[in-house]
Design a protein around this ligand. Structure first.
Ligand code: SAH
Ligand code: SF4
Length: 386
């Protein structure tokens, strides 16, 4: 493992916060904003926003001065009005397996982790966070021990992608054979408690004039916020992953407490009707292997039964330990026997290799030191969530 403590140069303001950011606006929003702020005609606003969009999301420029097809005076006006600031990279760790974990700061006390995993997906996957902390308390998840601080904005979600692209020198976006080929919303937080901002971030990331990642390569993982699943599918056409982890309500109530609100029957029904799900676009079911808790062969058979009729693939995740965790990872022989039953039922290669464990970058190990400010604020966020 190597630790690079050298923070990236914060662009824009001192804390690396994104002020009047253009990043985080969809292309249509950017057009409107430029038109209004600069008094441009609709045609001019369209042309300018398309140019700026290309510079930001295809070429990765962080300074208006580099936008050479825009007149000098206009560039000066743009830099006076807007910022293209990246989040500040507070820490960057590289695992011996090549996984990179970033600690990113958006504002004082607002920090999240994002993880780039080479060799996952088509070429490499970036695991992004959607919230600072999480309101849910899945008992095996380290993030769950951190209270929700707040939802991330579209700018902050897209900022994680830009920071990673800077780090792996993935510009221009249009280059062939890119290393960052997939995005997974499997970092900190529950994306479907922040559906609107997640959807807007996906619109920006998938825009074909910029980063242009296919929506089929963008996966959103949810612990089971049934009420938001349909909206996610309709607005984003993203791939869906479900953190299942148990095959009966009694155990799932304990491991994934949102199950008390939306039980397995409801969750499975929402999967059956997820927009666009088909054999070519399967829903991923994640199942963390907890020794003696959910890893019996009977449960493997129950799992197969539960998923019957749903276009599904299964990802078995060896439990990644963290300090104070009340579980152990299942024995390897048990994971293999469990996988075998699933394989024989027609599902292929289901065990997820733990990545970046040496830098605590693996699934469920992410956490930042950001703490929530006030309990009343948290209650307000919770009320506004569904
Ligand atoms: N909140 C969302 C997305 C983030 S979690 C969700 O729960 O789906 C990403 C995945 O890692 C989830 O499937 C989660 O259940 C799993 N996970 C959490 N803690 C883990 C741990 N300690 N070991 C292995 N997987 C874990
Ligand atoms: Fe939150 Fe997902 Fe962790 Fe559960 S598994 S506590 S929903 S981040």
């Amino acid at each position: 493992m190597s630790i690079d403590q050298k923070p990236s140069k914060p662009l824009g303001n001192k804390e690396g916060a994104i002020g009047s950011a253009l990043i985080g606006l969809t292309r249509a929003e950017m057009r409107t904003r430029l038109g209004e702020d600069l008094g441009l005609s609709p045609a001019q606003a369209k042309m300018r926003s398309n140019q700026i969009w290309q510079w930001i999301y295809n070429f990765g420029v962080t300074d208006f001065a580099a936008m050479t097809n825009i007149a000098k005076e206009m560039r000066a006006k743009l830099s006076a009005l807007y910022t293209l600031a990246r989040p500040q990279m507070v820490e960057r760790q590289v695992s011996k397996d090549g996984t990179r974990k970033y600690l990113l700061r958006f504002a004082p006390g607002i920090e999240v982790e994002a993880v780039f995993i080479p060799g996952v997906g088509r070429k490499g996957a970036l695991c992004v966070s959607s919230q600072v902390g999480c309101t849910l308390n899945c008992t095996f998840c380290h993030t769950g021990t951190q209270n929700l601080v707040r939802n991330l904005t579209p700018a902050e979600i897209v900022g994680q992608v830009l920071a990673c692209k800077d780090d792996i020198e993935e510009w221009p976006s249009s280059k062939v054979d890119r290393d960052l080929s997939n995005i997974v919303f499997m970092g900190m937080g529950e994306p479907l408690y922040n559906t609107q901002n997640v959807a807007k971030a996906i619109e920006i990331i998938a825009d074909d004039e910029g980063i242009a990642l296919s929506r089929r390569r963008i996966t959103v993982s949810t612990s089971g916020v049934v009420s938001q699943m349909q909206a996610l599918g309709e607005t984003t056409q993203a791939m869906l992953a479900i953190s299942l982890h148990a095959t009966n309500d009694a155990l799932r109530d304990e491991l994934v407490p949102i199950n008390r609100k939306h039980n397995l029957a409801e969750l499975m029904e929402a999967c059956r009707t997820y927009p666009g799900a088909s054999n070519a676009r399967r829903i991923t079911f994640e199942y963390v292997m907890l020794k003696g808790v959910n890893d019996s062969l009977r449960e493997a058979r129950d799992l197969v039964r539960l998923l019957k009729g749903i276009p599904a693939k299964i990802n078995l995740i060896p439990f990644n330990p963290w300090e104070g965790a009340p579980y152990q990872c299942s024995d390897w022989s048990q994971i293999e026997a469990f996988a075998d039953i699933i394989n024989r039922a027609g599902y292929s290669s289901p065990i997820r290799t733990p990545r970046g464990r040496d830098i605590a970058a693996a699934c469920g190990q992410l956490k930042s030191d950001s703490v929530k400010i006030r309990a009343s604020q948290l209650r307000k966020e919770k009320l506004g969530q569904e």
